[in-house]
Design a protein around this ligand. Structure first.
Ligand code: ATP
Ligand code: MG
Length: 421
């Protein structure tokens, strides 16, 4: 038997209900905050990710699914969404209509990472990006929206980690300070970090290798190097969060795994996940739109890891498909044919209906209705039909009412509605 590819997974119907619920809450909430959905393809030119995420990052160095396209271009399965959304913003000149665009998207990302719990090679993200707003209040607003979204899903033990990565100017001094701090400790660093020391010493702060973590534990902090403007920006983000009652921790080691971030960087973590503790991450990327060929345009955004979020929701709320509202239990061929027609009609009317296609006894039918968790069963026999009635049985209360079959739709709808309220 041909099996699933390692690092990939199926999401089975029981669990899909939770995915749909999360997607629905995201759509409802984000739209209230003025966001519209954008959908971009899962394949882009490799160069897009090399130029945005950065050459000396884990993602670009070793995690991308890349393959030849037509002619000389290499193509890549998107490892993240921001680069694609920025490309679309520039390509379709969305800024010409209105530089301020608030966009969200939901979909799969692909990274060739080592598969483990909470880490897949195809995983799903909900992304939000805001273009054209430089104000630090936007950063605070976005984090507020994110935290409230998690609360709406009843996620426990959330922690907001916050840092500022400064701008290219003040970061230069910081990079030099990091290089100076690490240069004497090269023999304690992993080979990746040794290699990155030159071009990208900030990456060392993010390295998960224990030896490297030790080395960076007393490294200088970006906050001591922020220029006046970046410093005010960071202060205002914090003040904005305070004003809205969002608690957070300033985490000077937080750098994120992508090169395009400027100023604000944040991550939402929870203890409930074990090692893979980040459920969302984001930050400001004021230079990226221009870097990818667009106008100079500030931007800020985040990505929520749906796979981990589903796990958190499932831990509190068990999954399951939605049970049928109405199960037809027909006795005899004429009653079955009658039921078959009405089952189709009621499904069309927006009622979740099940009908059994085998000939079974009433007892067996009732057992099946019970196993499916059906709310009501409509019991129909030849005699009932002749009398123009059928029995509608409430499975929980076991109450049974006679309903007129010539007015079935209205009667069934009415009964279901009454039992819901
Ligand atoms: P991590 O530190 O867990 O590797 P990251 O910094 O690489 O995360 P981002 O690129 O910022 O993550 O993506 C945002 C979110 O997407 C993460 O917080 C996480 O919840 C989720 N995520 C990232 N990579 C994976 C993966 N391979 N499998 C499942 N979820 C993932
Ligand atoms: Mg990662």
């Amino acid at each position: 038997m041909i099996q699933l590819v390692r690092g990939f997974r199926d999401i089975l119907p029981d669990e899909v209900a939770v995915w749909q619920h999360i997607e629905q809450v995201a759509r409802d909430r984000f739209e209230c905050f003025g966001f519209s959905e954008i959908r971009t393809p899962v394949i882009e030119q490799t160069a897009l990710f090399q130029r945005s995420i950065g050459e000396n990052t884990d993602i670009v160095e070793k995690e991308m699914y890349t393959f030849p396209g037509s002619r000389e271009t290499l193509l890549t399965l998107r490892p993240e969404a921001t680069a694609s959304v920025v490309r679309a913003y520039i390509q379709h000149k969305l800024y010409a209509k209105d530089p301020v665009q608030k966009l969200y998207s939901i979909g799969p990302m692909f990274r060739k990472e080592r598969p483990q719990k909470g880490r897949y090679r195809q995983f799903y993200q909900i992304n939000a990006e805001v273009f054209g707003i430089e104000s630090p209040y936007m950063d605070a607003h976005l984090i507020f929206m994110l935290v409230r979204f998690f609360e709406a899903l009843d996620i426990p033990g959330l922690r907001v980690h916050l840092n500022s990565l400064g701008c290219p100017e003040c970061r230069k001094a910081y990079r030099e300070a990091l290089q100076a701090a690490f240069i004497g400790k090269m023999d304690l660093l992993c080979s990746d970090c040794v290699r990155r020391m030159d071009k990208n010493p900030l990456r060392l702060l993010d390295c998960k290798v224990p030896g490297c973590r030790e080395v960076v534990s007393d490294a200088p902090s970006m906050s001591d190097f922020l220029c006046a403007d970046c410093s005010v920006h960071f202060q205002t983000v914090r003040a904005g969060l305070d004003a809205m009652g969002v608690s957070f921790e300033v985490d000077p080691r937080l750098v994120r795994g992508l090169d395009y971030y400027t100023r604000t960087a944040f991550e939402i973590q929870t203890d409930a996940l074990g090692a893979q503790s980040a459920v969302a991450g984001g930050g400001r990327y004021d230079g990226l739109v221009a870097q990818l060929g667009g106008p100079s345009m500030p931007a800020v955004g985040f990505a929520i890891g749906m796979d981990r979020l589903v796990e958190l929701v499932l831990a509190r709320h068990p999954a399951g498909v939605r049970p049928p509202e109405l199960f037809f239990a027909a006795m005899g061929a004429a009653a079955w044919e009658w039921s078959f027609q009405w089952a189709n009609l009621l499904s069309e009317q927006g009622i979740r209906v099940e009908i059994d296609f085998s000939e079974r006894s009433l007892k067996a039918l009732m057992r099946r209705a019970d196993r499916l968790g059906a709310k009501f069963v409509l019991i129909v026999g030849e005699r009932e039909l002749a009398e123009n009635t059928a029995s509608l049985r409430h499975m929980e209360t076991k109450e049974q009412t006679a309903v007129p079959v010539d007015n079935l739709v209205a009667a069934v709808k009415e009964t279901i509605r009454a039992s819901d309220s």
